[in-house]
Design a protein around this ligand. Structure first.
Ligand code: ATP
Ligand code: ZN
Ligand code: MG
Length: 302
């Protein structure tokens, strides 16, 4: 049995994660949720004075806007769509027949207007664009959403439905890159306060296929993405628990996000992987929260 399986098994045995029979789809215990709630409070204490506008979207988004986002060009392998039965009485009878004999009953399901949200910030850009030009001070938003990614894995830190807390900044290049740097510094400080050793490194998104290789190189060469890494299931390949992304003016151009003077907005987003941070805490401090170092408990619960 490898290390990954054993940490997942320990999480199941302790009840912190609840097995559903699908890799990467887990229930969470009250204790696990309590750690996430406490960590989100810590995020609030670091970010609260910035005056971000909070918005919460459900874990599904408008399919037409998802199509416009270009997600299927870059990450078709990760997307999840919501399909439903839209047939007649007769179609219903053949559907039940199909299920009865164990045939594929899903093939006649039709796409709905909803797809699963791939990252917490995706529903935000078109929402803000509809308001017209951004104010002089730019835009700063506080988001949290369950996100879906089709990447089934035995690694408990790679889930298919997980929560992302995000701050998104819109403004000039200087404004949004300052924002990103501020959160990199804060991220390191926050993790220190909860007793976790981190490294920060340049990173890339998992762009699909041969054309994706060029996107990967471009993203790394230009330092567009950084990750804050903490060892959870491997010390050789530590896990990204936060990411810091600078989109240049690409989302501004795509969605028509403009500044007060009419110039195209630059954007950046900072994401916290909430389950991953909770898992890092349980991995490093033990599965019993009562046994965690006093300083860590104090930071999280006062
Ligand atoms: P990875 O490199 O591990 O695939 P990512 O770079 O694709 O992660 P982002 O797209 O930057 O991740 O998402 C923001 C944050 O959401 C990540 O820093 C991570 O903490 C969290 N996250 C991403 N994918 C998952 C997942 N499958 N399960 C749990 N958390 C995730
Ligand atoms: Zn984002
Ligand atoms: Mg990554």
């Amino acid at each position: 049995m490898d290390m990954q399986t054993s940490f997942l098994d320990r999480l199941f045995e302790s009840g912190l994660l609840i097995d559903t029979g699908v890799d990467g789809l887990y229930g969470r215990s009250g204790q696990f949720e309590d750690v996430i709630t406490a960590f989100e409070r810590l995020i609030d204490t670091f970010g609260g004075a910035d005056g971000a506008e909070a918005m919460r979207f459900p874990p599904g988004m408008n399919r037409a806007l998802f199509e416009k986002s270009g997600y299927m060009k870059s990450f078709p392998q990760l997307a999840g769509t919501v399909h439903s039965f839209c047939g007649s009485d007769l179609d219903h009878m053949s559907l039940l027949q199909c299920m009865e004999v164990g045939d594929d009953w899903t093939k006649d399901q039709k796409a709905t207007d909803i797809v699963l949200t791939p990252a917490a910030c995706y529903p935000l850009y078109p929402t803000v664009a509809k308001r017209g030009n951004l104010p002089k001070t730019g835009g700063l938003f506080d988001l949290q959403s369950y996100c879906f990614r089709h990447e089934p894995s035995k690694d408990p830190a790679r889930q298919q439905l997980f929560r992302m807390r995000e701050y998104v900044c819109m403004g000039t290049e200087q404004h949004v890159t300052d924002f990103r740097q501020r959160w990199m510094d804060r991220g390191v400080e926050m993790m220190k306060q909860v007793g976790l050793d981190v490294t920060i490194d340049v990173a890339n998104d998992p762009f699909f296929g041969r054309a994706g290789k060029m996107m990967v190189n471009n993203q790394r060469d230009q330092n567009l993405k950084f990750e804050l890494l903490i060892p959870i299931t491997s010390t050789v390949n530590p896990t990204a628990c936060m990411s810091f992304n600078y989109h240049q003016d690409s989302f501004g151009l795509k969605w028509g996000l403009n500044l007060e003077d009419g110039s195209v907005a630059h954007t950046a987003c900072v994401g916290f992987g909430l389950e991953r941070i909770a898992l890092a805490l349980f991995y490093h401090h033990g599965l019993d929260v009562k046994e965690w170092p006093a300083s860590v408990r104090k930071t999280l619960w006062g």
